[in-house]
Ligand binder design. Structure first.
Ligand SMILES: [Zn+2]
Length: 214
């Protein structure tokens, strides 16, 4: 038996006076503070796709997700996974988790899904060649066409519907308060059937809220 190693044995000094640092164990990439917040707030991140546009279409700190756990534990599922910048994802999370439950609850509904969802797309605005690059290109925008409720109903955001108008008016108010761009029915022909939300920065905090609820 070798002699017992004293408990207070220090590592031997090495030339240069510094103790040999312990070899770092192989560790996974550290998630950003934003991604940690995303997870804490109920966001369920998926492995990000390797293609990230690049160049003008690169996303800063991207996150891909399809499900969000709400404060009461139930999940809201997007009908397709989206990849957006983490900072933008936090705004979407905030809207879904903090703003929508009160609105949906007032209408006797519980949100369980988003329908007609679109996120990252490397393209000029409205898909027109020569137009400025879209906020979708940098993962700073989300499209959606409807909300799925727990009872199976789908609230279509565009179009004329007396039954859902009060709900959609509340949605418009909350979306325009949170996002810096809201384009829906009544804004232009490319947004007549869906809602576009983004966090585009403009001088003096100027916002665009163009969604006619009928
Ligand atoms: Zn859009």
């Amino acid at each position: 038996m070798p002699p017992r190693r004293p408990a207070d044995l220090k590592p031997l000094p090495v030339p240069g006076g510094k103790a040999e640092p312990a070899p770092e164990p192989e560790k996974p990439a550290v998630p950003s503070a934003c991604l940690a917040t995303f997870a804490e707030r109920g966001g369920i991140a998926l492995p990000s796709p390797s293609e990230n546009g690049g160049g003008a279409c690169a996303i800063d700190d991207p996150v891909t997700f399809r499900n969000i756990a709400m404060a009461d534990g139930h999940k809201v599922e997007l009908d397709s996974a989206v990849t957006v910048s983490c900072a933008f994802a936090l705004e979407v999370l905030g809207w879904l988790r903090d703003d929508l439950p009160g609105i949906m609850g007032a209408e006797n509904g519980k949100l369980t899904g988003l329908v007609g969802v679109g996120g990252h797309a490397c393209r000029p605005r409205n898909g027109m060649a020569g137009a400025p690059i879209s906020e979708h290109a940098t993962g700073n925008a989300l499209d959606l066409s409807g909300l799925r409720l727990q009872d199976g109903r789908i609230v279509t955001l565009a179009g004329r519907d007396d039954a859902t108008r009060p709900l959609r008016e509340s949605l418009q108010k909350s979306a325009c308060a949170r996002f810096t761009t809201v384009l829906g029915a009544g804004s232009d022909s490319s947004h007549k059937d869906h809602l576009h939300l983004d966090m585009r920065k403009r001088p003096r905090g100027f916002k665009i809220c163009q969604w006619t609820v009928e």
